[in-house]
Every structure is written in structure tokens, then in C-alpha cells.
Design a protein around this ligand. Structure first.
Ligand code: URP
Ligand code: ZN
Ligand code: ZN
Length: 478
């Protein structure tokens, strides 16, 4: 068979194995893995000295999202270009059902935002903000459209937040229709109260964002979310887990055999509460929810990654500009005099793979754990496996080639995201993203984003449990 692309001498890392071989690609798919593949007529990349891993899958992004009176700086074009430059070849973004709107309208709106703009393949979760009993059956049709995951918020009172009854309804329906609920776990009621008191006392600086959302605020909601899922008999995916106490709750749930899955994000591994204490209004760059935690808390998260309590690392990429852009106040500056008005969220879609491979180089995680967290587990949990999530025959040719012998300094001056700062500014990582292929299309060539990028496709994802171990419903190594 005449191949389109051959990656020669690839030091291939999957979630379970490391071996050296050539990878042969035809019609966007990996069709051969072996020694001395015939490359006649094919594009040839020599990967000698590099590490070859599955393209990253980021299952938590917010592109083109209106939030807190602002709009994210990255849409599906700039956000996915940043993702590709950083070795991520597939993402699952959060569509939003606005209050009063049907679930379908939320999904339709997100298709319009992504279609023709995304340069990598993508799927959607659906954020539900308004779920009276009468709307519950609408969830089934969304699952059937290949969108089998929903997110509900226990925080952001008066905006995205759902009360326990709506969360419970969504969970019970998911238990029946093969969907899965993910939860943002923070107690929105206590946040509202503590924010009000802080402002009344004249505390307006960005650091108060964190002081009004303590560790226990997340732990309480995580415990409550797990209990609701247990009562509903449904799986639960805890997004952006940060707090050691919340991690303990997930650990207990897993010990009981409950299908509870947790995600964390690089910002909670690499940044800390001290970033809120930076000069002037700089701390606003780090205003996200849950907030960054005191130094030391991250040690528990690294342990959770290594012992399997945390299954995925996603970015929660939600980029708001820091400065004014085009005279518009669409960014962090909205909260200059009141921390509660700072749009919550930070960029990171471009940096996740580098930051996590840096952890490999520094001995914090193994190379196989890296693949598990950034590609294989996200694919299995969110119904992409079989097509995406590993390097194997029959899978899409989504391949990232990492050069571990060169260092890279993260900076807003060189990143591809459409946002005017980078929370990791100046941080040096011990690797560069050298080549990236998405369905065999060459997206990053010798470290540079290609000028000819492909069109990403919407991926209909399988229902929950289809690519998980049938007994434990954990992402099993295959
Ligand atoms: O601060 C954050 N995380 N913003 C994005 C919305 C969310 O909570 O995921
Ligand atoms: Zn959230
Ligand atoms: Zn989020």
C-alpha cells in the first residue's frame, strides 16, 4: 500500500508501552506500525532522538464564550491554533444552554461558532443552566447527537449555578441515557455571602477572589456532588479539582466502587495563591474558579495523578485579556475596583503538553502516565477511544513529536493564543513541540505552526462506559 506519510524511527510512547518503529499513515489514519516501512512516494519525517506520543486531547475548554460581561479572547480559530502549536489535536469544548433556552439551541449555537473555524477535531459537552422537570427529556436527544456529557455548576450563583434538585435530575437522566454529568464543585451560596462581606469591608483586590473561596468551599461541594451521584446511580466527572480535601472525597468514593472520575489542570500544579499577591492588579491574571491554592497543596495533586485518583489533566482554557483591547473593556480590567467583577478564567490550551512533559523530565510523572493523562484517559472517558487517544493501527493519525533535548520559554510574545498575557510567562520547560499531525495533516513543522492548516471535524462521541473497563468503569489500559 502506498503510504501518505511515514514517521521513521519513532520512539513511540503509549499509556502502556514504549517501542521504536516506523508509523505509516494513509488517508488520515495509522495503517502500519513496523520496521523499515516502504516510504516510496510518502512524506517522510525522521523522528530519531524525539519522543512520539498521541496528539493531546483537551476535554475542558471554553472558546468564544460570553461570561461575566466579557467574551473570551480565543474563538475556535485562535484557540485551536494555539492548541495545535502546543501538541493538542482534539478538544471537547463547553457549549452553553442559556437560561430559558432549549438544550438544542445551546448546541446549535456552538456548532455555528466552531464549524469551519476549528483547525483540530472537536466535540462538545453541554453546560445546563436551566433544567425544570419538563426539560429533562431533552437530554436524551443531545446524547444521541454524540454529546453524552453535561456540565452543571454548583457555583456562580445568579449566573450559571444550578441547585441540587436540577443537578439530581440531570444525574438521574444520565444514568438512564448513557450520559455523564460533570460538576463544577464550589458552594455558590457561601461564595456569594463571603464576597458580599469582603466588599462591605473594603476588600476589593484580586487576592480576595481566593480568600472568599477557601479549600472547604470546594471540598463541601465535591462531597455533596458525589453523594448526589451515588443517590442517582450515575457516573460523575469532577472538573478542575484543586483541593486536597476534595481529592480525599474522590478517593473515598472510588474505594466504595463509585464511578467518580476527577480532572485537574496545570495551573493548580504549577501556580499558587502567591500569584494573587503580585504587584498592583497583576493578580487578576490568575482569577479563576476554583482559585489557585496555597503552596504545598499541589503535592497532593501530583500524588493523586500518580495513584490514579485523578484521571485527566485538562486546561479549563478560558482566556480573557488583561489590558483593554480595541478600546473594549472585555477583560480582567472589568474588576479593577471589585474583584468579584473580574471575569473568571485563564488561558492554557497551548501549554498543557509542554508543562506535563516537563513533569516527565523532572521525574514527577512517568512518560506512560503523561500519555494516560493527556490523551488516553480523556479519550476513553469521553467516548473518543477507537479513533483517538493512542498510537495504534486504525486510529486517527493524531501524533505529537516532542524534542526533549531542547528547552522552551513560555511567553505571550510567542504564543499563538489571542490573549495578551500568559500565566506561565517566563517559565522554562525542558522540551519543545517539534512536529504535530492531526489526521495526518502536518500542523507543526520543525517547531513552527504551519500556514496551511486543515479543517477540524465535529466528532460524535460514544456514550459513557463504552470505552471503560466493564467491571470498574475506570479507564483501563488496553
Ligand atoms: O474560572 C473558570 N474556571 N472559568 C471558566 C468557567 C469554569 O468554571 O469552568
Ligand atoms: Zn468550572
Ligand atoms: Zn471550565
Amino acid at each position: 500500500m502506498a503510504l501518505d506519510l511515514v514517521i521513521k524511527n519513532a520512539d513511540i510512547q503509549t499509556a502502556s508501552d514504549r517501542f521504536t518503529a516506523d508509523i505509516g499513515v494513509k488517508d488520515e489514519v495509522i495503517v502500519e506500525i513496523g520496521r523499515d516501512l516502504d516510504a516510496a512516494g510518502a512524506k517522510v519525517i525522521d523522528a530519531t532522538g524525539m519522543r512520539v506520543v498521541p496528539g493531546g486531547i483537551d476535554v475542558h475548554t471554553h472558546l468564544d464564550m460570553p461570561f461575566m460581561g466579557a467574551l473570551t479572547a480565543d474563538d475556535f480559530k485562535t484557540g485551536t491554533e494555539g492548541a495545535a502549536a502546543g501538541g493538542t489535536t482534539c478538544l471537547v469544548d463547553f457549549a452553553i444552554q442559556a437560561p430559558g433556552e432549549s438544550l438544542q439551541t445551546g448546541v446549535d449555537n456552538w456548532h455555528k461558532k466552531a464549524d469551519g473555524k476549528s483547525v483540530i477535531d472537536y466535540g462538545f459537552h453541554l453546560i445546563i443552566t436551566d433544567l425544570p422537570e419538563s426539560r429533562v427529556p431533552e437530554m436524551d436527544a443531545i446524547v444521541e447527537q454524540g454529546i453524552p456529557s453535561f456540565k452543571l455548576f454548583m457555583a456562580y450563583k445568579g449566573a450559571l449555578m444550578s441547585e441540587d434538585d436540577a443537578i439530581f435530575r440531570a444525574m438521574r437522566q444520565s444514568a438512564k441515557n448513557g450520559g455523564m454529568v460533570s460538576l463544577h464543585c464550589e458552594n455558590g451560596h457561601t461564595v456569594e455571602l463571603m464576597v458580599k462581606e469582603a466588599l462591605e469591608n473594603g476588600n476589593t483586590s484580586p487576592e480576595w477572589h481566593a480568600l472568599t473561596r477557601p479549600l472547604a468551599c470546594e471540598a463541601e461541594a465535591t462531597n455533596r456532588g458525589i453523594a448526589l451521584a451515588e443517590m442517582a446511580g450515575s457516573p460523575l466527572y469532577v472538573v478542575h479539582l484543586t483541593a486536597e480535601e476534595a481529592l480525599d472525597a474522590v478517593r473515598r468514593a472510588k474505594r466504595k466502587g463509585l464511578p467518580v472520575i476527577a480532572e485537574t489542570c496545570p495551573q493548580y500544579l504549577y501556580l499558587s495563591h502567591e500569584d494573587y499577591q503580585r504587584e498592583g492588579f497583576e493578580g487578576a491574571k490568575f482569577v479563576m474558579s476554583p482559585p489557585l491554592r496555597p503552596k504545598g497543596n499541589e503535592r497532593a495533586l501530583w500524588s493523586g495523578l500518580n495513584d490514579g485518583t485523578i484521571s485527566t489533566v485538562a486546561t479549563d482554557h478560558c482566556s480573557f485579556c488583561f489590558e483593554l483591547r480595541d478600546g473594549s473593556k472585555m477583560g480582567k480590567v472589568l474588576g479593577k475596583d471589585d474583584f468579584s467583577k473580574i471575569p473568571n478564567g485563564a488561558p492554557g490550551i497551548e501549554n498543557r503538553m509542554q508543562l506535563m512533559w516537563d513533569a516527565v523530565e523532572k521525574g514527577k510523572i512517568t512518560p506512560s502516565k503523561f500519555v494516560e493523562l493527556t490523551a488516553t484517559n480523556p479519550a476513553k472517558i469521553f467516548g473518543l477511544y477507537g479513533k483517538k487517544g493512542t498510537i495504534a493501527i486504525g486510529f486517527d493519525a493524531d501524533i505529537t513529536i516532542i524534542d526533549p533535548s531542547t528547552k522552551y520559554t513560555i511567553s505571550a510574545k510567542t504564543h499563538h493564543m489571542n490573549v495578551d498575557y500568559n500565566p506561565y510567562e517566563g517559565r522554562e520547560v525542558e522540551c519543545t513541540i517539534k512536529e504535530v499531525f492531526m489526521r495526518g495533516h502536518h500542523m507543526v513543522e520543525n517547531g513552527k505552526l504551519s500556514s496551511k492548516l486543515p479543517k477540524g471535524q465535529f466528532i460524535k462521541r460514544a456514550k459513557y462506559g463504552k470505552t471503560l473497563d466493564s467491571k470498574t468503569l475506570e479507564p483501563a489500559l488496553v
